[in-house]
Design a protein. Sequence first.
Lengths: 154, 445
Amino acid sequence: MGVKLQTLTDPKKRAMLLSALYIAQEQFGWLSPEALERVAGRLGLSIGQVRSTASFYTMFRLEPKGRYHVQVCEGLSCYLAGGAEPIVDHLVRRLGIRPGETTKDGTFSLEIVQCLAACDLSPGMKINDELYGCLKLETIDALLDDLTQRAVER
Amino acid sequence: MKSDSLSTTSSFEPVLTRNIHRPGSEKIETYLGNGGYRAARRALERTPAEIIQLIKDSGLRGRGGAGFPAGVKWEFMPRDASQKYLAVNTDEGEPGTFKDREIVERDPHQVIEGALIAAYAVGAGRAFVYIRGEFFLGVKRWTKAIADAYEHGFLGKNILKSGFDLEMSVHRGAGAYICGEETAMLESLEGKPGNPRLKPPYPAQAGLFGLPTLVHNIETLACIPHIIERGPDWFAGIGTAQSKGPKIFSVSGHVNRPGNYELPLGVTLREIIYTHAGGVRDGRRLKAVIPGGASTPIMTAMQIDVPMAFETLRAAGSELGTGAVIVMDETTCMVEVARRLTRFFSHESCGRCVPCRIGSVRLYEALERVERGQGEIPDIDRILELAHGIGGITFCPMGTALVNPARSAIKCFRNEFEDHVRKGHCVVSRRAFRGGPDGKDSHRR
């Protein structure tokens, strides 16, 4: 899809960009170059404007991620509560992938993230939009078993 | 270490958090059933100038970190402009802070009521709520609360037959710490990368889409209905000389009962940690405390009798910040604390100006060298030099924030940095962990 050169940008349309990127990400699973072009076309923005915003924010995925995107907090409070690296290490062993990677079957991807503002529930992590707190290695295992099962049944 | 002073705050009546433990506390019915929107009704019967005076008299200062007097900010809003905005900051990202998440998830109407009163006082007809992208439940709660407020006539046209109109909408951020800074948040609301703007002009002069904009943290807005209901004298009667009212302290780290505690400003760290948060975990000794979130300087266990107020913490060499108290016991390696927090800030630098973009990475690299036992003694002074070259000279307050962990850790615990260099490993931490992104062992031994 080609994008016309824009001489003027409607500020109200540009203000819709984050929402539009969320919608596109929801629809396509990630923000492929085609998805970004489509967003640019719809809002009358240049591809540069769309790309600069999409690449600035960590929650926009510019590459495909697993069906379950596991995000482990490495913040200070989680570390003090025994979390962060021990949890990442455990997930690396268990999933066979390193942070930033996705399992071959596309079920899980792993990412290290910054403070999730849930330090009362340290150590914590997120899987997709769901927050999990007060983690222990056993509860993580049970959770992954459950998600693996669901992925198989799908 | 045990508390030897008698608690003065265990009987303090919570105001901002009074509803959050009720079942269905997020619902408008619960809020209305406990006197909700009564303050808005009363406020709309008075003139905007009277409301501004009430807020000035209360002494309310912003709860987002900077502590700017709210009433003064309201007065900065031009009176003659035809279109003005209110921006509601729910982009809680300061590590250690989780008060705004709890407020928006459990009592969003308190914030809507505060926002309505503030918007009326400054003549803003449109409110934009900006919420952190990760707060998935928060977004749902905000959206539902706003819809219910519209349905009950607390938002929309001719609110409570006052002739005042206010439209409100929710906008989701997408993962950027810097968007908690007010001008970066405005850029983000406009769909752009969250790069802070040069001030002046301040948002009150030229904010969102270039129009006068009042920006507030949601805890600040949550205070407003209570000031209207109970009067400015009640509010000003709580706290210290320059820090008035109740404050929510988020307590985390090595305590028995982490959580949010609403207490009067001026409460000591000792009381927060030992009376309210259940003391230090596993009977260990307290070593250090961060009093106001990751960007505020670290304090030692010797300083916990300092009152938690803007002026007293500044005098003690730290800041109140967001009131997020991170507690560290005797097993904590302070080099690792500095390394970890600096890693956060170097990750979150927006990249706009060089001292922050490059300086934060160099600072992190130096800290990582020392932490791994690969540093040299002059590295410690190099870290301080770097910090001196970054703090206070960047485009936005991020530069000052990012050097605070390293600078304060060295100031209070220099011997630990020297031990790392001389012995090649940590002598404090009992915890084995992996350092650095490439997975090399450091503390493991």
